[in-house]
Design a protein around this ligand. Structure first.
Ligand code: ZN
Length: 92
């Protein structure tokens, strides 16, 4: 399973974001169920303590929440195959 280590401090505390920087440019394939263009994509920490790319439903089961140090949520926009993933505010 291609899991990642925790992000660096620089990734956790980005400079004020431009629109371009709100977009996720990486792979959106869920590390758990392999869905590759989920409606909601989360780059976040899991209950196992490692970070992973997750679809919304896997994040509900395996993630530890959203926000600094926990996870960032992206919403799918646009039409196939030109999906864009735009960062959305963490749920409070
Ligand atoms: Zn999934």
């Amino acid at each position: 399973m291609p899991l990642r280590v925790a992000p660096t401090d620089q990734e956790r505390h980005p400079d004020p974001m431009t629109d371009e920087e709100k977009l996720w440019h990486g792979d959106t394939t869920c590390n758990f169920c392999r869905t590759n263009t989920p409606a909601v994509f989360v780059d976040g920490k899991t209950k196992m303590g490692v970070w992973a790319a997750m679809c919304g439903s896997c994040h509900k089961r395996k993630g530890v929440g959203l926000g600094n140090g926990r996870g960032q949520k992206y919403q799918r926009k646009g039409k196939a195959p030109e999906f864009r993933y735009v960062k959305v505010e963490a749920d409070r």
